[in-house]
Design a protein around this ligand. Structure first.
Ligand code: SF4
Length: 343
C-alpha cells in the first residue's frame, strides 16, 4: 500500500517561516488539508508535543512536523561518503526500530523542514567555490529521509536543479519512500545520485514500520534510473539469522528483475546489523517487544569505536560469509555496479 506523503497529526511553524513565499504556500496547503497549525514562540523550542512515556513521546514526535528557518548556515561534514551534509530536512516519519536517528534526535523525534532553501543552496555554492577545482559532494539525507516532505517543500527538486548547474558540485541522498514523481523530469545532468535503502520483505514487515514495501522502493529507484539518474542501493541492516541467504538472494533477484537493462551507473553499500548498548536501551524503551537480535552472544564481537564507546558487530566468520555472498550476488546480477563497501 502506498503511504501518503506526510503522516502528521500536528504542525508547528517557527517565527519567520511565513516571511518566505514557500512558508506561505506550505501554510495554505497544510491548512487546506485540515491540519491544525500552531506557531512557535522561538526557534528550536518545540515544547508542546505530548507524551508521558518514552514510547508515547517517540510516536507523537514521529507525527509532528515543524516548518522552520535554518539559522545556522555552517554545514556539518559528512565523511567518508560526502564532504558536507545539506540541511534541507531533519527527521523522518518512518518508524524503523534500528534507525540511526533514534539516538540522535531526542525523545520526541519530529520532522523539521527548512523553507529558506535559496539561502541554504547559496551556502552550498560557497563551499563548492572554496574547494574547486576539486569536486564537492553534499549528502541531503544525513539526518533525515527527505522524500516524504518533498511534495510540500520541493526542496530536493530545487537542490537537484541547483547542482545540475554546478560544475564542481554533486548531490546525493537516500530514501525508502517512493514519492519521487516531481523529480523525474528534472534536468539533473547526472549531478545527483539517488539511492534507495532496502531489506528483505520479512525484515521490512517486522522492523521498518510505516515505510513502503520492497517492491515500491525498487520500482521508484527503477523509474529514477530510467530518467537517467545515477542510482544506488543501500542494503542495511543485513540481519544474519534464519534463512538469511535465501531471503537476501530473493531480494536481489527482485531488484535485478526490476532494473533490468537499466542499471549501468549503480552503487551498492551493504551494512551488517550492529548495535551499541545505548541504542539497544533506547530501542527497548520504545519497542519493548522487538525481535531484533541484540543479544551479546557468540554471534557477536565487541568492537571499540573511535570515541571510547564500542558496538556489537557480527563475528568475523559471519561477516566473511556475508561479504562473500553479497560480492557474488551483486557481481552476478549487476556486473557493471560499483560496490562501495560491505561492512
Ligand atoms: Fe530512519 Fe530511514 Fe527508517 Fe526514516 S526510513 S526511520 S530515516 S531508517
Amino acid at each position: 500500500m502506498a503511504l501518503a506523503a506526510l503522516q502528521v497529526k500536528r504542525v508547528f511553524f517557527e517565527p519567520g517561516a511565513l516571511d518566505y513565499q514557500l512558508g506561505k504556500e506550505m501554510y495554505s496547503r497544510l491548512k487546506s488539508e485540515g491540519q491544525e497549525i500552531c506557531f512557535l514562540k522561538s526557534h528550536n523550542r518545540v515544547t508542546s508535543i505530548p507524551g508521558k512515556t518514552p514510547r508515547e513521546s517517540f510516536f507523537q514526535g514521529k507525527s509532528t512536523l515543524v516548518v522552520g528557518v535554518r539559522k545556522t548556515l555552517d554545514f556539518a561534514t559528512c565523511k567518508p561518503s560526502a564532504h558536507y551534509q545539506l540541511p534541507l530536512v531533519t527527521g523522518c516519519q518512518g518508524i524503523c526500530e534500528y534507525c540511526y536517528l533514534n539516538t540522535q534526535l531526542g525523545k520526541k523525534p519530529y520532522t523539521r523542514v527548512y523553507i529558506n532553501i535559496d539561502e541554504i543552496l547559496a551556502q552550498a555554492g560557497k563551499y563548492i567555490q572554496e574547494r574547486q577545482p576539486e569536486k564537492t559532494v553534499f549528502e541531503a539525507a544525513a539526518t533525515s529521509d527527505p522524500i516524504p516532505a518533498e511534495p510540500y517543500s520541493g526542496a530536493l527538486a530545487k537542490a537537484i536543479d541547483f547542482f545540475a548547474l554546478q560544475e564542481y558540485g554533486y548531490l546525493k541522498f537516500v530514501s525508502k519512500f517512493p514519492n519521487i514523481d516531481s523529480l523525474l523530469d528534472l534536468d539533473h545532468r547526472g549531478h545527483t545520485r539517488i539511492r534507495f535503502s532496502i531489506n528483505t520483505e520479512r525484515i521490512i514487515q517486522t522492523h521498518e514500520h510505516r515505510t513502503p514495501g520492497l517492491q515500491e522502493r525498487i520500482k521508484a529507484l527503477s523509474r529514477l534510473m530510467e530518467h537517467g539518474y545515477p542510482g544506488g542501493v543501500i542494503i542495511a541492516p543485513v540481519i544474519l539469522e534464519g534463512d538469511w541467504k535465501k531471503e537476501y538472494s530473493d531480494m536481489l533477484n527482485k531488484l535485478s528483475d526490476e532494473l533490468k537493462g537499466n542499471n549501468r551507473d549503480i552503487h551498492f553499500e551493504v551494512i551488517s546489523h550492529r548495535f551499541t548498548r545505548r541504542a539497544r536501551n533506547t530501542i527497548l524503551e520504545v519497542f519493548p517487544d522487538t525481535s531484533l537480535p541484540m543479544a551479546e552472544d557468540e554471534s557477536r564481537t565487541y568492537k571499540y569505536g573511535q570515541f571510547g564507546y564500542g558496538k556489537y558487530v557480527y563475528n568475523k566468520e559471519l561477516l566473511q560469509e556475508m561479504s562473500i555472498l553479497f560480492t557474488e550476488m551483486i557481481g552476478r546480477h549487476f556486473p557493471e555496479a560499483k560496490i562501495d563497501y560491505i561492512i
